[in-house]
Design a protein around this ligand. Sequence first.
Ligand code: ZN
Ligand code: ZN
Length: 378
Amino acid sequence: MSSTATALVQTGPDSHEFQEIPLPSLVPGAALLRVEANGICASDIDAYEGHGGGYDPADLTQYPRINGHEIVGVIEDLGEATAAHPGLKVGDRVAVNPWLACGSCEACRRNQAQFCTGMPWRTSCYGFIPTYIGPGLWGGYSTHVYIDPHTVLYHFPQEVSAPDAALWNPLANGIQWAVMDAGVTLGSRVAVLGSGQRGLACIAAAKAAGAGLIIATGLGRDAHKLALAERLGADVVVNVEEEDVVDVAAAATAGAGFDIVIDTSPVAQQPILDGIAMLRKGGTLASAGIKGKPLTAFPLDAVTIKGIRLIGVMGTTHQAQQMAADLIIANTLPLSDLRTHIFGFDQLPLALETLQGRVEGENAINIVVEPRFTANAA
Ligand SMILES: [Zn+2]
Ligand SMILES: [Zn+2]
């Protein structure tokens, strides 16, 4: 075994280099992971470009740093970690919960570890912890990642491939937002606005939870995403550039309205207004899309008069994460169809361009980055 990890290190807003970083010695409870796959999302784009997106810029601008926070790999060394990670052994494939949580702060005691305030670092999330915090291997764009004793791991059997296991992260969002936060249950009428990987994950979660009617929306360029939405369980798909989703929603429910609307679309303000119009009285509107600026008009009176429950949804609980792992292992939905591309970590800029739909002819949904060098990199 090599004594160093090869890592793609971001040294500044627009500067990246490969570095050899010594493999750590393991304190009790720690482990070493050989990375196999990373899912990527908009946070990777924000981090790569050195700005905060909708988040606090300070969270994304600590350098040097190894990005990559949706990590799957194989346990290479467990040290004395058997008590911290019961049931796991060397060679097991696991997904890494990126959020390190203390287990004892007020948020952790509420079972909302995603809001933990008890860890000592600025951002206690894999992919966002600078390398000067030992042992430095905190990101998935690396051959190896350090598993801190606070890290929660989710075990996948060997028959689930690493790229499939990497769907765990967006799927956990879908389960948390649609099922646990918004309350989708048997027979629910659910509209999911926006058809990115997290919108599609909400559809999969709603289907798995027994929703009775699911509407999905997208733009004209999202035809491939809407086709997958149907395979994942959407009953009606709407190209909002061609149809009025409020009219379609009214027709689909014979005027009764939706129980739950989940808005996953970034930037666009119209989906929030549409969602309020589409809901039945007493329905729930879950806001998951970062808009980047205040809404210019918000029909608060409609929210009040219809008795709408408006919630913001962010992050995931351990329970949703375990459910996501279980749903992938159960293999009852065509989740692997979410994944459209796999790149080596030397192709990260191309992977991020592809994720943003900027590469001609490439229709991306979920993209995996593996820590390997690609011959003939494009
Ligand atoms: Zn992510
Ligand atoms: Zn905590």
